[in-house]
Design a protein around this ligand. Structure first.
Ligand SMILES: O=C(O)CCC(=O)c1ccccc1C(=O)O
Ligand SMILES: [Mg+2]
Length: 324
């Protein structure tokens, strides 16, 4: 016997969360509950505005169709579904089958978009490998270069991840690199997507000796995982990529090509973020995932994130919008 439920959520965000062009005031999405032989499992479907191609409403509609098929015992084609829907449903199915191991990697790389001095304090408190991530490309490229150089000098054993989200022209990327002393460049684990064009990012890596990672490019049509000089990693944001099976295939291809695969958040609630931490521990056990996004919320959902003090909204407070 199978049954399924769909719940809607809207969670208030911290006041300063800006996606590409707009402030994200509330995070909207769906929680699915699958029930089979007295076992229950959950998944989250949360298309990210400005990143996902599907809207929350479209994802909710499609989730109902696919969940109906699941209840009827039909074969599911998650490769044809929206990425957010495929990810949420495949997670819930994996939970039911006890395929997604319980242990998670909750050692997120601290994310800094503000005061670099705060980051120095957090890093000095961090156990094990010191990995941090800073968003660059929002202000002057020269300032970004000075900040990166300062951090690499202050904490010599750290591995810095930088993310430019395709904001720089090749000239601006060069201006950034000029301020990072050559002896510090190997302390940059990778710089995500420096330039608008992947070919410019690749040329930048080869000219400067600063390794890059693909993030947006992984979602471009026709992307293939391959080893290239200057490319260190691919970033996998499952809500934007698709089913667990699809994510695992990409991770395996990355490993076969000698690249690091980094599981990263698309600003899911604490429910989805916990599943991402478990996926990370399972499939990329020695890599710190990019999951430091709980701080962007004002509340948690159903399950709490380790050491997060925000109030937790229980499932009973969500609206059930559909069941079968
Ligand atoms: O990757 C991380 O460390 C955190 C997640 C993150 O940066 C992100 C989250 C949602 C949308 C875009 C991005 C991004 O890579 O800029
Ligand atoms: Mg990015």
């Amino acid at each position: 016997m199978r049954s399924a439920k769909l719940f809607q959520y809207q969670l208030p965000m911290d006041s300063g969360v800006i996606l590409r062009d707009q402030r994200l005031i509330t995070r909207e999405g769906w929680v699915i509950e699958l029930c089979q032989d007295q076992q229950r499992a959950y998944g989250e479907i949360a298309p990210l505005p400005e990143f996902s191609l599907e809207t929350a409403a479209e994802a909710g509609e499609q989730a109902q169709q696919i969940l109906s098929q699941w209840v009827a015992g039909e074969e599911l084609d998650l490769d044809a579904a929206f990425p957010s829907v495929a990810f949420g449903i495949s997670c819930a199915i994996a939970e039911l089958a006890a395929e997604l191991p319980e242990a998670g990697n909750y050692l997120a790389a601290p994310l800094c978009s503000g005061d670099p001095d705060d980051l120095v304090v957090r890093l000095n408190q961090m156990p094990g490998d010191k990995v941090a991530k800073i968003k660059v490309g929002m202000y002057e490229a020269v300032r970004d270069g000075i900040v990166a150089n300062m951090l690499l000098e202050a904490i010599p054993d750290m591995q810095l991840r930088l993310d430019a989200n395709r904001q720089w022209t090749p000239l601006k990327a060069q201006q950034f690199a000029k301020y990072v002393k050559p002896e510090h460049r190997s302390g940059i684990a990778f710089l995500e997507e420096p330039c608008r064009l992947p070919s410019d990012s690749l040329a930048f890596a080869q000219q400067t000796g600063i390794n890059i990672a693909w993030d947006e490019t992984v979602r471009d049509a026709g992307f293939e995982v391959k080893a290239e000089p200057g490319v260190a990693a691919i970033i996998i944001k499952p809500t934007l990529i698709g089913s667990l099976a699809r994510c695992i295939t990409l991770i395996e291809q990355a490993h076969a090509a000698g690249l690091t695969a980094v599981i990263s958040s698309s600003i899911e609630s604490s429910l989805g973020l916990n599943q991402l931490a478990r996926l990370a521990q399972w499939q990329t056990p020695n890599v710190i995932p990019g999951l430091d996004t709980m701080q962007l919320f004002q509340v948690q959902l159903i399950q709490s994130w380790p050491d997060c003090e925000l109030p937790v909204i229980p499932l009973s407070e969500l609206d059930m919008v559909w069941h079968k």
